[in-house]
Ligand binder design. Sequence first.
Ligand code: UDP
Length: 481
Amino acid sequence: MAEMDQKSVPHVLLFPFPLLGHVNPLLQLAELLCLSGLSNVTFLTTKHHHHRLLSFTDARTRFSSFPAFRFETISDGLPDDHPRSYTHIIDIFTGVRSVMEPSFRELLFSNYFQSVNRPPVTCIISDGLMSFPIGVAKELGIASMDFRGTGASFLWCCFRHLNMVEAGELPFKDADMDKLITSIPGMESFLRCRDLPSFLRGCRGKVLDDSLKIVSSSHDLRPNATIINTFEDLEAPILAEMRPHFPKIFTLGPLHALLSTLHSGRSISSNNSLYEVDQNCITWLDSQQPNSVVYVSFGSIVMMTHTQMLEFWYGLVNSGKRFLWVIRHDFVIDKDESFQVPADLTSETKERGYIVEWSPQEEVLAHPAVGGFLTHSGWGSILESMMAGVPMLCWPQIGDHHTNSRFVSDVWKVGLDMKDTCDRLTIEKMVNDLMDTKRDELMRSMEEISQLARKSVGKGGSSYGNLEALVNRLIAYPILF
Ligand code: UDP
């Protein structure tokens, strides 16, 4: 095949940042592209995550119906037995820079794909936490897109960081945390210092610089388009502020729900969990009354201290509510093997609680027994809760969580924000607010948002239409996007 011909065959390479919360939505996007008629799709992930995907999900079977789809792997530079947990996050970033980046360049500049009878890559869709894949795409003269598994609002906060610096609003250390931030258009009336991501508040580090390079308007590392796992009706005012500053934005969320539409409404296990799922909790939920259970999960990387865990535990038990709590094996930072759970907690938990190491979260949230979700406010969890119509109690910790939880409580009004507190009395009170006192009010907004989310992923909805537009464009102009 002549070079021009080869280059006109679309071949999309998707490349997530090596963290579960990042792998999962990009793999959902890969499946959406395949289901929409793109044939040459490659999903490049670390050996570690690939192994987990094959061990704990049905990804291999699901993708086997797309003959031109390929999984490819790359090393993350860490030894097999490295915990890859949040306390070692620096190692993950170091591995990305020192090992993944050169290997990625080598792979893309080699004739590897031709040697395995694949056309050359025409478009790279990479995680917004990494800028080098976009640089590689520019050097190769092919299209590039950054994928954001976070909300548009968080991305807009990052985009405006220099404006905040110019306005003297950043950096801050001992500021009044309730002071409003005025230099983010669309958020002037509700975003406070305490709602900014913690990494934006102080001095900027390397990680932040890399991620911000992509959103800085003047930078030559701008991708041809940005794909966001959100939906128009949820973040319309913010998206309207953003669009003039971005070459092109495709909102395709909630991806997991769009996937279910493309599978003709069949409920599929789109959640590409990288842990072994404990299905027994569903049997436990089956025996509970409707809306009686608080589901508690802090996602895949947030950790807490023993003291914090005990505050949550007492708060939950003292609320008198039934609860299903995900406690990952690596959840406690200062793990002490000699620690004994106080006897009162053990007996009360036996009566009203259920603890698992990892749950089938989408299934749990959709279960009629679940009436509320105590969450770290990860974007994936928020979208899943919205689709299931379950109101939230947010305990934000890192990354986008602080901004997300402000939107949940004050903009969308589908939950409560417990930020910057962690004591048993507050937890008890807020769990009761979530499940009883404030439930009706929260449910009114939640039902509306849930309906809008469903509409966006249904035929004729905004995310559905945007996916069609994206795929048509990728097919018609593979490298000239
Ligand atoms: N999740 C799950 N089972 C659990 C806890 C979490 O399947 O017990 C999934 C959840 O459905 C979501 C993802 O893990 O898709 C967590 O993503 P999120 O963006 O909420 O948080 P992160 O893990 O990135 O902090």
